[in-house]
Design a protein around this ligand. Sequence first.
Ligand code: HSE
Length: 311
Amino acid sequence: MNKSIKVFAPATVANVVCGFDVLGFAVNEPGDEVIMRLTDKPGVSLLKITGDEGRLPLNPDKNTVSAIAKQYLAHIGRPDVGIEIELHKKMPIGSGLGSSSASTVAGLFAINTLFDSPLTNKELVPFAMKGEELACGYGHADNVAPALMGGFVLIRSYSPLDIISLPFPQDMHAAIVYPEVDVPTKDARQMIRSKVFLKDAVTQWGNVAGLVSGLFMNDYDLIGRSMTDVLVEPTRSILIPDFERLRGLAMEAGAIGFGISGSGPSVFALTKDAETAKQITQKLQQHLKNIAINSLAFVSEVNKKGPIILD
Ligand code: HSE
């Protein structure tokens, strides 16, 4: 046995402002790469991780890629198989761009492909959710589902799991800026209130329904005015440097909507074209530079493919 594969899995923008834990979309970059080999020596070993500055566990039971690969092997009844894994992080950790999700999804897609794809990408979602649970204490699907399935997704229900692929305007782009301050998802989840007022819930579900309707109708105005979050953003935005100023700059530069990507600190804007998205990233990065914060920026259309085989 000597099969080997190299896979890329994309970053994702989860929540999409009003849809905490229920909406997300994939982007073309950044993302993570996993190299996986079948070997004759039984067991899952994690040979190396690059690009993580030593922050991720090399213990195969604690690292999401290897731990979930093990669970996958148990599920398909092949715990006897030997697997060697290399994880190459090509995106920042704790950025709000679904870093743990991209790694886990790359690993799952790799192992499923090595076994001739007995499961569909959608069927891999529950496994990837276990990776999120290991990484941040809660198995949310709004990063892993779009990373696996590509496109824009709605998690209509967690129990039972009901995931729906949504349409979206084909020219829609995302401008993403990552201010280099660390916000671990675990901490960003703990700071949110677990009880909400009914009037706020009414506002929120109106906006989620409006956003989904706007995606179906290709209605940018409706998408934009639905990108409002009265439940989570008021608390989490405190962790993001000059959040309201960044919003103002993005909206002035032509964004249709703006908010926190996942649990932050990355912020994103949706636009009608790549050029506007590029201008937004330049303005936000310039502002962050003025207040002495380094940043990374990405411009992407919605990724339609999900994970891909590189070699
Ligand atoms: N829905 C999750 C959260 C996404 O906001 O905590 C984390 O990237």
